[in-house]
Design a protein around this ligand. Sequence first.
Ligand code: SAM
Length: 239
Amino acid sequence: ASMEDATESTHGCGNMSDSEEDRCSDNDFGPSKLGTKEYWEDAYKKELETFKDIGDVGEIWFGEESMSRVLRWMDKAKIPENAAILDIGTGNGAFLVELARHGYRNLTGIDYSPASVELARSVLLAEDLEDVTVMEMDFLNCQGELKGFDVCIDKGTFDAISLNPDNTEAGKKLYVQSLKDALKNKGFFAITSCNWTKEQLLHRFKEGFDFVQELPTPNFQFGGRTGNSVTALIFKRVY
Ligand SMILES: C[S@@+](CC[C@H](N)C(=O)[O-])C[C@H]1O[C@@H](n2cnc3c(N)ncnc32)[C@H](O)[C@@H]1O
């Protein structure tokens, strides 16, 4: 087994509302649930109904701050407003809305759940953001269709993919390959994870990427231990 396998942690992370702290809760979804397409399809079907009923976009994974911190980094890194940006596993499309409000105008979101795609499109439409492209696509099987992006964003999707019981090491490798294909040389990858530590992510995205920086996330203290429940890292694609 690789070093990574030995240190792998698979605690699930709960959904959280924007008012909650920016940390993963431990009211675990087991790997079998959180990892499957059926799970997400079911979840977004329900959220779609709620959105149609009362206009609530649903859960913001890891809280609002998880979007603001990436946006602040994009400002500092001077990512231009016409940069091609891909949101991998966009869910309800909330991050696309934030990016568009921030001035970004070349936005694409993908998700393999049809209900998520419908929800994200409805949420964007309600915000008059019709120029954002949302596609139904499995990132692990995108057949070279995703390429030329300046920035790829992942918030909780690599986590979900890692939790899928069908996704063995091969699945994670496919993720890395799709990401490499999607990014331009010197393009950026911003990942927010609650399932993997910084060290594990550095190991996973070692070949073909340079580590740029870690974005500060809140600490939690529990039983005398201190840790970060969410890890946010920036990588740069190098050919
Ligand atoms: C934890 S949710 C995060 C959603 C969104 N990024 C957010 O922050 O709200 C994980 C998302 O990844 C999507 N997903 C999981 N595996 C995928 C795959 N292989 N290809 C595309 N999307 C996937 C799920 O449908 C779900 O929308």
